[in-house]
Design a protein around this ligand. Structure first.
Ligand code: PEP
Ligand code: MG
Length: 911
């Protein structure tokens, strides 16, 4: 019998796949002997079976019964006991954290009888009836899918009638009345009664959590975070503890160190007389955690000791949820805390200093995505700014944009090209769409652990929360500032600083990040550019971690660059060569006319003349690039795209000529000739047409010109005492014979230049592997090739038969929805199909030539996920755009240190 249910005493923190993150960590804490309310976890496997079959596996009900008995024994209470009922919470918990995206039901076990028992046991009638009405409300919404409005309307009607200002004013009788009204709502909306049987409540709640895996917001969130669609969620069923039992009770969220600086200290939010959901919802403003010390020293001291213990145990920053029920501390959750990108580097570096982790581990604790986030600009600290107000800094960055107050406007304005700031009283999971498109998020309520803050941090989006000086009226579209009396409206431009919490009026100029200054100009420059001590600490941390990654990595990192400026930028970022210099860009602009001339040439002589005119330009291009990369290899790729890209557009030209004809204007012979040539060169599937090596075979003069330019440029620089290291790369090769022919031509031209200049040149000639045929026949192609470079863009295009220019916008969303893949194969190497082609080519190529140098120059070369794959298959280098070079350096280091762990835990390799 498959085991679908695990008591908290049975699991551990490594079992996230099966028990979800929350379940695995609850088990870990239970086994550490911490005060965790007893409970059990229903596995993700059960969820998958449920989602597949539309019903729970048979064994589940039986195993849940056994698990409930165990909890009942531990607690000395029974589910549904009218005198002293055991109450349960039912919460989702997937492998990857998806804050607020799925469902929770609290107070399962209450009914018309047991509410009386709870009142007696707690000695608090009001609390018992409040718990019951919360259950009806949550159950109605989550399990029975009743819109939230009828419940909220009934609540507000009662409060208005009595002239109350909020929930705390409600009496027991009011709550009893609400319970009756809520039951009526349920009956009216569903046609059935609220289930009085606690076990029925529990079973329905468990299924509701399973179903919540596929709510729209969960689907959007997963797509954004590249969480696979098919892994399902676990369900945690746990004994309820109450932070809302009046004085001496409360609930909170804390971190074992500051998640934005990494400094140790007491950091968190506490809310008295409240349930956990109230903190995350950001409905009431919280107290700092330190306030608990005065309120309840015993619980506070115990909590601090536990925080210490957890941090030493996990050897990382932990994020903790707890509840105090009448002076008794309970741990509800812990996990490795989410943190800002800057904090990730600082924390990893601090943990090394504190001797909790090694330098190798520090490298594996940060990611390329986090490093990317640090390259973002910040507000120019010397710029004149007009203050509006201030909130809590929740996620760093500098954002400027128009105020928008709802999702639809956020999407509409960004589509129109505007930058927007989503301004809300508080955010809830339904705001996700607006948060995704906004430059930044600003809320008037909530703490650093509110939904807005948690989600924004996860997305690396700038966010300021809890700016309670602001009164936001979403229906009127206004933002009033209490302290100044000023008013701002939807459409006004504001700026928010997610690192300081400041809010400014109008457009504020931004400056580059100190990390970027460090990466381009070295440590001193980085420290100089750092505006404060925290930023200096960050620059040091990045330096130490990246330097260590560099010392550990096996793969070289090159850049894709095709101008001297890009080459220099790449070199500044630490590129160790150019892995792809695309030469086609060099034939645009004014030179396009010369290419046109060459294509239209009537005979060989005219063609040679046109090519002759291109030669000096092309030579100058290479001199510039080889010089900028002096001493480092530069892989120059021979011209690749279809020739018609250099000719006028067929439709446009046809229309122009037709108009002239219609108007009776003269059309010259040249114009007709051009139209004929354009028609002749037109292709239905240009990506599969006359391009790459095929061009070289059709118009040998063109690539001979390029080879000559490369060889002459190199010879010239050698004569000047420089050390140019060109490599010639042939694109789109599919067969050995193609390579042989081009190689002969190339060697011939190089030999000519050698004899003309008297300079001995050593120029390797290799090819791209970007067609499945090339990958499969890599063993034979290798006999004619000095190196391989994987063109994973075209390899993805041709392996899938996906037109790389069309498909992403056309139907990838449907592919994500169906779970065909979780991330575009053009972004991250498709490990199920394209990866194996690379693997085969590596193996076969090296069977022929064991030392064959191999790299990758498709977009995937700078994708953190893919870099780990390239390490695994044993490539010699990755090549990516200049700005991604530092990211590739870091990821290559991480992969070399611990490919299995970093690769398997952070990315799901099952595409
Ligand atoms: C590739 O196909 O991966 C590649 C690098 O070449 P291009 O993108 O220029 O086709
Ligand atoms: Mg290509």
């Amino acid at each position: 019998m498959t085991k679908y249910v695990y008591d908290f005493t049975e699991g551990d923190k490594e079992q996230k796949d099966l028990l979800g993150g929350k379940g695995a960590n609850l088990a870990e804490m239970t086994n550490l002997g911490l005060p965790v309310p007893p409970g059990f976890t229903i596995t993700t496997e059960a969820c998958r079976v449920y989602l597949k079959n539309g019903e729970s596996p048979d064994e589940l009900a039986v195993q849940v019964t056994a698990a409930i008995r165990q909890v009942e024994e531990k607690m000395g209470k029974d589910l549904g006991d009218p005198k002293d009922p055991l109450l349960l919470s039912v919460r989702s918990g997937a492998k990857f954290s998806m804050p607020g995206m799925m469902e929770t039901v609290l107070n399962i076990g209450l009914n018309d009888e047991s509410v009386v028992g709870l009142a007696e046991q707690s000695g608090d009638d009001r609390f018992a009836w409040d718990s019951y009405r919360r259950l009806l409300q949550m159950f109605g919404k989550t399990v029975l899918h009743i819109e939230g409005e009828p419940f909220a309307d009934a609540l507000h009607a009662l409060q208005d009638e009595k002239g109350y200002s909020g929930d705390p004013d409600m009496t027991t009788d009011d709550l009893k009345r609400l319970v009756t009204e809520f039951k009526t709502i349920i009956k009216d909306e569903t046609g059935g009664d609220f289930p009085q049987d606690p076990r029925t409540q529990l079973d329905l709640a468990i299924e509701a959590v399973f179903n919540s895996w596929n709510t729209e917001r969960a689907v959007i969130y997963r797509r954004r975070e590249h969480i696979p669609a098919d892994i399902g969620t676990a369900v945690n069923v746990q004994t309820m503890v109450f932070g809302n039992m009046g004085e001496g009770s409360g609930t909170g969220v804390c971190f074992t160190r500051d998640p934005s600086t990494g400094h140790s200290g007491v950091y968190g939010d506490y809310l008295e007389d409240a349930q956990g959901e109230d903190v995350v919802a950001g409905i009431r403003n919280t107290l700092p955690l330190s306030a608990l010390e005065e309120l309840d020293k015993k619980s506070y001291d115990e909590l601090i000791a536990i925080m210490d213990r957890l941090e030493t145990h996990y050897r990382d920053l932990c994020d903790i949820e707890f509840t105090v029920q009448r002076g008794k501390l309970w741990m509800l959750q812990t996990r490795i805390g989410k943190r800002t990108a800057a904090a990730a580097f600082r924390i990893a570096d601090q943990l090394v200093d504190e001797k909790l982790i090694t330098r190798d581990e520090a490298v594996t604790r940060v990611t390329g995505e986090q490093l990317t986030a640090l390259l973002f600009p910040q507000f120019d600290k010397d710029a004149k700014k007009i203050d509006i107000s201030r909130g809590m800094p929740a996620s760093p960055g500098a954002a400027v944009g128009e105020i928008v107050m709802d999702n639809a406007t956020a999407v509409e304005r960004t589509k129109a090209g505007a930058n927007v700031i989503l301004v809300r009283r508080e955010t809830n999971p339904d705001d996700l769409e607006g948060m995704v498109v906004a430059e930044g998020i600003l809320t008037a309520r909530g703490g650093k652990t509110s939904h807005a803050a948690v989600v924004a941090r996860g997305m690396g989006r700038c966010c300021v929360v809890g700016a309670d000086d602001l009164v936001i009226d979403e229906s009127a579209g206004t933002m009033d500032v209490k302290s100044t009396g000023k008013q701002y409206k939807v459409g006004d431009v504001i700026a928010i600083d997610g690192a300081s919490g400041e809010i400014f009026e109008g457009d504020v100029p931004v400056t580059d990040s100190p990390v970027t200054a460090y990466l381009t100009s070295g440590l001193e420059a980085g420290l100089e550019a750092a505006p404060d001590e925290g930023a200096k600490e960050l620059v040091h941390a990045v330096d130490r971690i990246l330097t260590h990654a560099d010392s550990k990595r096996r793969m070289k990192v090159r850049a894709n660059a095709d101008s001297p400026e890009d080459a220099k930028a790449a070199r500044d970022f630490g590129a160790e060569g150019i892995g792809l210099c695309r030469t086609e860009h060099m034939f645009l602009g004014e030179r396009r006319k010369l290419v046109e001339e060459m294509i239209l040439a009537k005979d060989a002589e005219a063609q040679a003349a046109a090519l002759g005119k291109l030669l000096p330009h092309q030579r100058e291009d290479f001199i510039g690039i080889f010089d900028a990369m002096d001493g480092l290899p530069v892989t120059v790729r021979l011209i690749d795209p279809p020739l018609h890209e250099f000719l006028p557009d067929l439709t446009q030209l046809s229309v122009d000529i037709a108009v002239k004809e219609a108007k009776g204007e003269e059309v010259t012979d040249e114009e007709y000739e051009l139209l004929r040539a354009v028609r002749q060169n037109h292709e239905q599937n240009p990506m599969l047409g006359l391009r790459g090596v095929r061009l070289g075979l059709k118009i040998p003069g063109l690539i001979k010109l390029q080879v000559r330019a490369i060889a002459e440029a190199a010879a010239k620089l050698v004569k000047e005492g420089k050390d140019p290291q060109p490599e010639i790369m042939v694109p789109l090769v599919g067969a050995i014979r193609e390579m042989q022919i081009v190689r002969e031509m190339t060697e011939e031209v190089i030999a000519e230049v050698e004899s003309e200049t008297g300079v001995k040149l050593d120029i390797p000639i290799g090819n791209m592997i970007e067609l499945p045929r090339a990958a499969i026949s890599a063993d034979t192609i290798a006999t004619e090739s000095d190196f391989f470079s994987f063109g994973t863009n075209d390899l993805t295009q041709t392996a899938w038969g996906f037109s790389r220019d069309d498909v992403e916008g056309a139907f990838f969303n449907e592919y994500f929805d169906y779970g065909i893949f979780g991330i575009s194969p053009f972004e991250s190497v498709d490990l199920g199909g394209v990866g194996p082609l690379v693997d085969i080519a590596v193996e076969r190529g090296r069977n022929t030539k064991p030392d064959l140098k191999m790299g990758v120059c498709g977009e995937h070369g700078g994708d953190p996920h893919s870099v780990h794959f390239f390490e695994k298959v044993g490539l010699n280098y990755v090549s990516c755009s200049p700005f991604r070079v530092p990211i590739a350096r870091l990821e290559a280091g991480r992969a070399a240190i611990d490919n299995e762990t970093t690769y398997l835990t952070q990315f799901d390799p099952r595409n």
